[in-house]
Design a protein around this ligand. Sequence first.
Ligand SMILES: [Zn+2]
Ligand SMILES: [Zn+2]
Ligand SMILES: [Zn+2]
Length: 111
Amino acid sequence: MDPRFPVPLRGVRVDAQTRCAHYPSPRDVIALRCGACEVYVPCHLCHEATADHPLAPWPRDRFDEPAVLCGVCRETLTAREYLASASDCPRCGAAFNPGCAAHHALYFEGL
Ligand SMILES: [Zn+2]
Ligand SMILES: [Zn+2]
Ligand SMILES: [Zn+2]
């Protein structure tokens, strides 16, 4: 696990704000939590590279639990908080990548 972050987090070439080898743009500053192992990953490809099981979307009945890490302020957001804003961090205002919304079904059950 990565001692730079307050939650268990794994990925490929993760930078200090949770960008990774796959999504290195300025706005790619969140990590998402796997519903199976509960480890945070910068993206689904990072999970594929570091885990021995498929990424499981965060379960719908746990949307009020932390499921997203903001790499800028390093605070966690619940799935509900993240999905309500999606384009920026409700804690620090950091801009998130709106393109992530195209992949929400991978990360959040029922979306
Ligand atoms: Zn997992
Ligand atoms: Zn990645
Ligand atoms: Zn933040």
